[in-house]
Design a protein around this ligand. Structure first.
Ligand SMILES: [Zn+2]
Length: 486
């Protein structure tokens, strides 16, 4: 985030719209863009051009081909809507038409077409595009043909419309004029009739910000990390603007409505937390807990993919806090279903089709979460769908609890015992012939405060094995986290 907190804070809520006009003219690897782009690298475009060119091709067919050319060559996706929309209406719909002027202003004598684009400021990076419309100068003589322009020849009557459409659609997705390389985005129309490597590289760079950053999958619980030299910057993520503050990017998925809560705690880093959807549209942010360098935010979100961004400022806003340093990100959730425990894995590399499910509840299964107070009464029930190849074999269940890097294993008396990490001494929660579904109550009416626990962070893992391969344990990749707070 950039230095002035007021500017940053207001950027998130400001709805000022800026309109830019880009024309293409007859006559005049370093693609050009300012970073303004469509969220999610896609937008709907409406088109229903009437009439046919001198060479017998419908104008609308050529426009459709131009949309598809950008789609096929680049990471951007135009969603085609074959309906007419007035390009001069400010209606949040992208349209195209032949017009006698630029929505009330005269076309320049040499102007073939004009793209009108509206932007809206956002929390991070350059403004996003919210509408783009194309008006084509109906006073120009146009045709549709490949190859060199033959403005003054007899074979074709006018300038090729298809390359005009390609060029204007390049503006519509965020490209500027390319002054040096061979490109459809050159400032003047020429003999090029197809997109070039420079055009394609420009789009893929403009929309490739997420691939510049290391996106990590969020685990609920506590993550210790830092913002420091070598980390991704806002500039690299958003591609545009001048914000070179460091940013860590975490992704998470929700399968149902879930309340998520994040805390970014630091003693020396000016913490900024930002919640975004899968298109990097910013949903919420917090840049300060009063009197500290930490931040927190909580939101109830529907099913979908999201990012939580751990960020700071270009220059510190709070004198006591800096722009690099260590932080602890604590992530918690509450929902009516048990959390995903990720894909299956195993201790020694064996594969299985086992499924694992478990959740911690303080209200008898009405809701599940990972953050509870020490005085709440907690239940943890686990269920394992055993791999069919293992059903009916003598085997065992393993319940592990990782606390401060120490591994504890549940014994058959219901106690967690420090594990020596010697596979020959695996402590079993149960020894039995394996059924298709194995269930185990790990915690029942467990009140942490009653056993002297005021605060603790635990990652549980659930696993099983078969006696014929006693050092192998099948379990899950994502820990089941528990945070107990006073
Ligand atoms: Zn142009």
């Amino acid at each position: 985030m950039q230095a002035s907190i007021i500017a940053k804070t207001h950027a998130g809520v400001k709805s000022a719209v800026t309109l830019f006009v880009t024309g293409w003219f007859i006559a005049a690897m370093a693609f050009e863009f300012d970073g303004e782009k469509w969220p999610g690298a896609e937008t709907e475009f409406y088109f229903a051009l009437e009439g046919t060119s001198g060479t017998g091709i419908l104008w609308n067919t050529a426009f459709r081909e131009a949309l598809l050319d950008w789609n096929e060559a680049t990471d951007f996706n135009y969603i085609l809507r074959e309906e007419s929309r007035d390009p001069c209406l400010s209606d949040s719909l992208n349209g195209v038409d032949f017009t006698e002027d630029v929505c009330g202003t005269e076309f320049g004598e040499q102007t073939l077409a004009v793209t009108l684009t509206s932007y809206r400021a956002q929390l991070l990076g350059p403004p996003r595009i919210i509408e783009t419309d194309i008006v084509i100068n109906q006073g120009q003589t146009l045709d549709i043909f490949d190859g060199n322009l033959q403005q003054f020849g007899v074979r074709f009557d006018g300038i090729d419309f298809r390359r005009i459409a390609l060029h204007e659609l390049g503006h519509a997705l965020g490209l500027n004029h390319e002054p040096s390389a061979a490109a459809m985005m050159a400032a003047t129309v020429g003999n090029l009739d197809r997109l070039t490597a420079d055009d394609i590289a420009g789009v893929n760079a403009l929309y490739g910000g997420l691939s510049n950053c290391n996106v990590r999958v969020l685990s609920y619980g506590r993550i210790s990390d830092s913002l420091a030299a070598g980390d991704c910057t806002v500039n690299e993520l958003t591609l545009g603007g001048s914000d070179d503050s460091f940013i860590d990017v975490y992704s998470f998925e929700l399968v149902e409505t879930t309340t998520v809560q994040f805390e970014m705690a630091s003693t020396g880093l000016d913490s900024v937390l930002i919640l975004a959807d899968s298109k990097l549209q910013y949903l919420d942010f917090d840049d300060k807990q009063s009197g500290s360098c930490s931040s927190s935010l909580s939101q109830t979100l529907g099913p979908g993919s999201y990012f939580i961004l751990a960020n700071t400022f270009d220059e510190p806003v709070q004198e006591a806090c800096g722009t690099t340093g260590a932080y602890e990100l604590t992530a918690s959730f509450s929902s009516s279903r048990t959390p995903s425990l990720g894909n299956g894995t195993s201790l020694n590399g064996g594969s299985s089709s086992a499924g694992f499910s478990a959740g911690i509840t303080a209200d008898n299964g009405n809701s599940f979460g990972n953050r509870f107070s020490a005085s709440e009464s907690l239940d943890l029930d686990v269920s394992i769908d055993i791999d069919p190849l293992h059903v009916g074999q003598p085997g065992f269940l393993i319940i592990a609890a990782v606390v401060d890097g120490e591994i504890l294993l549940l014994n058959q008396q219901g106690q967690f015992i420090n594990y020596s990490q010697n596979p020959a001494q695996l402590i079993r929660a149960a020894s039995k012939v394996l059924d298709a579904t194995e269930e185990l109550a790990v915690l029942t009416d467990f009140v942490p405060a009653e056993v002297g626990i005021d605060s603790i962070i635990v990652d549980f893992f659930i696993g099983y094995g078969v006696d014929s391969d006693p050092a192998e344990v099948y379990f899950h990749q994502t820990p089941l986290n528990l945070i107990v707070i006073p």
